[in-house]
Write a protein that binds this ligand. Structure first.
Ligand code: FAD
Ligand code: NAD
Length: 537
């Protein structure tokens, strides 16, 4: 007798009681797979699932740890778990990067369509401004030449392919992780349907612990003509460099790509719906970046501007019409308006995993409401940064397989917006510090770095330290300058360790650098006492 069931553990259990053989019908995304599954095996994992995650049951699972998603969090968790001797399999939909439908591949968003190709574009985009200053240093007639988008893209693609190979065949293979090119979806608290990418076949495997590390996906608001807009996924594969580009958004991705495309020679219009971009960052850094962008880049920054419609012309060019009826002609529109969790097709409902919007809430051990199922990285909507996903994955593996008690730690996480100039930041903003501590001392200096002052460029840096008055602990450091990311990484160690302003003062600077400013700001620029700003005491 052959019967069909949707992928539902209760239906499977009923089938096993009726002692039938059956084909198991699974739906994932738009595809539908049929799986002929041996009943004895199915019955065993149904029984295991029904019994919960008992240690004794665990001995019968196919794996100790099954990871869905081969990005920052999944790769780190799986290789650390394997290092502790766990039997680990990792499912990633694709092992080599490329366009639709996934864009991402082994290594995740960061490696394929995020941090890495983005940073390569940042490097490429900064050469022209370096060359502009060369004349002041005595180099006559230097020009950046012509940027060849196709050459860059081809080199970038080779580099990402190299990294895909490194992840699959060195990082994970050497760690003993079984990598499967497949898309995973949940069947039960201990069972996952594995939809093999190459063949379309589906099988079901069981694991004592399951980790969901599927990352996120760009979100575009539903305005007329939105289908003509691209996202950060597509920009890494555009065949031609858009001569004119409108970037919509005011977060990390919008600002970084506005800077990149400007540096590469495109005409850039940045549209942000609010008064000032980079909400959540220190107010001085936000204002400083605005001034630097307006004074030292070609970016046309439009605040309080929200597109209402995108119209495609017959020649393929686009027009962005905002709510006031203003029009901007361009060749591409990049939407960078946030990211959603990639939960589609995971069958979370089937197993009862709670979601909030498109994300999966977890506790401090990255555990979902279903005890055997964990989630790390962007899908948990804690802090969407690669090193954070790495930390969450690592700590989970330490806890589950290393015999350690390692909850996540999101305090004093440093980050950098790779605009020109970069904004490096760790700890509390001025606003947050006032709200939390009431009494703070603020040290601030805006200056022209030696490198820019000599060729007489009007390019400024801004350094800011925030100190809790009572303890004199440095609780925030915000830097807008060349190489801010490299600089703030070191400061983050000191701040995480609880360094005081005196510790900073006792540290001897490196001369001549811009970074020495961090240890030479002697007197506070202003203070807050009981939440009220005071210019002197
Ligand atoms: C343009 C851009 C630039 C960025 N720049 C930076 C930066 O400079 N610094 C920084 O710290 N962060 C940056 N980020 C953020 C960073 O990329 C993410 O925080 C990080 O990649 C999250 O890791 P993750 O493990 O949660 O998920 P991801 O890295 O997104 O990995 C998830 C993987 O799971 C796979 N997958 C999804 N569903 C399934 C399924 N059902 N079965 C099997 N596999 C599946 C996907 O194909 C993907 O490869 C950037 C992001 C973007 C978009
Ligand atoms: N350098 C880095 O570390 C880096 C770089 C890129 C991305 N990231 C991570 O990826 C995450 C996602 O980046 P992102 O820039 O897409 O998101 P984001 O949340 O940083 O910014 C989204 C922006 O879009 C705006 N927005 C949202 N909905 C809108 C709408 N309907 N219309 C117009 N504007 C709208 C928001 O006001 C905000 O300015 C970041 O939060 C960050 O954690 C990090």
């Amino acid at each position: 007798m052959k019967r069909f069931f949707t992928c539902n553990i209760l239906a499977a259990a009923a089938a096993s009681r009726a002692n039938t053989t059956f084909a198991f019908q699974l739906r994932h995304s738009s595809r539908q797979h049929t799986l002929n599954y041996p009943l004895s095996r199915l019955a065993s994992y149904v029984a295991a699932d029904a019994a919960g995650a008992g240690d004794k049951q665990g001995e019968n699972y196919d794996y100790d740890f099954l990871v869905i998603g081969g990005g920052s969090g999944g790769v780190r968790a799986s290789r650390i778990a394997s290092g502790y001797g766990a039997k680990v399999a990792l499912l990633e939909s694709r092992l080599t990067h490329g366009m639709k439908p996934q864009y991402s591949a082994i290594g995740g968003t960061c490696v394929n369509v995020g941090c890495v190709p983005k940073k390569l574009m940042v490097f490429a985009s900064r050469y022209p401004s370096e060359i502009k200053e060369m004349e002041g240093y005595g180099w006559k007639g230097a020009t950046p030449g012509q940027f060849d988008w196709k050459v860059f893209l081809s080199n970038k693609n080779q580099e990402i392919s190299r990294l895909n190979n490194v992840y699959q065949n060195f990082v994970l293979k050497n760690a003993g992780v079984e990598v499967i090119e497949a898309t995973g979806s949940l069947v039960g608290p201990h069972s996952v349907a594995v939809h093999t990418t190459a063949t379309g076949e589906t099988s079901v495997v069981t694991a004592k612990h399951i980790l969901i590390a599927v990352g996120g996906w760009p979100y575009k608001p539903n305005i007329a003509g939105i289908e003509h807009a691209i996202t950060s996924n597509e920009i890494f594969y555009l065949e031609e460099q858009p001569k004119r580009i409108v970037v919509v958004g005011g977060g990390f991705i919008a600002l970084e790509f506005a800077s990149i495309m400007d540096g590469l020679g495109s005409d850039v219009t940045l549209m942000y719906r609010g008064d000032l971009f980079l909400r959540g960052f220190d107010i001085d850094m936000r204002n400083h970046l605005k001034e630097e962008m307006m004074n030292n880049s070609g970016i046309d920054v439009k605040f309080n501007t929200d597109p209402k419609e995108i119209v495609k012309n017959d020649d393929g060019s686009l027009v962005v019409i905002d709510h006031s009826g203003n029009k901007v002609e361009c060749d591409a529109v990049l939407y960078a308006t946030g990211r959603k969790g990639k939960i589609d097709g995971l069958n979370l409902d089937t197993v009862g995993v709670h979601t909030k919007d498109s994300f999966i809430p977890v506790n401090e051990y990255s555990q979902t409401n279903v005890p055997s199922i964990y989630a790390v990285g962007d899908i948990t909507n804690r802090m969407a940064l690669t090193p954070v996903a790495l930390m969450e994955g690592h700590r989970l593996a330490d806890t589950l397989f290393g015999g350690k008690d390692r909850p996540v730690d999101h305090e004093y996480v440093a980050s950098t917006v790779f605009t020109t100039p970069e904004i490096g930041t760790v700890g509390y903003t001025e606003e947050e510090a006032v709200a939390k501590f009431g009494d703070i001392d603020v040290y601030k200096n805006r200056f022209r770095a030696m490198k820019h002052s000599f060729p007489k460029s009007e390019t400024y840096s801004l350094f800011k330290l925030i100190v809790e008055t009572k303890t004199q602990r440095v609780v925030g450091c915000h830097v807008a300058t060349d190489g801010a990311g490299e600089m703030v990484q070191g400061v983050a160690i000191a701040i995480k360790m609880g360094a005081t302003k005196e510790d900073f003062d006792n540290t001897i600077g490196i001369h001549p650098t811009s970074a020495e400013e961090l240890v030479t700001m002697r007197s506070p620029s202003y203070y807050y006492r009981s939440g009220e700003r005071k210019d002197s005491l």
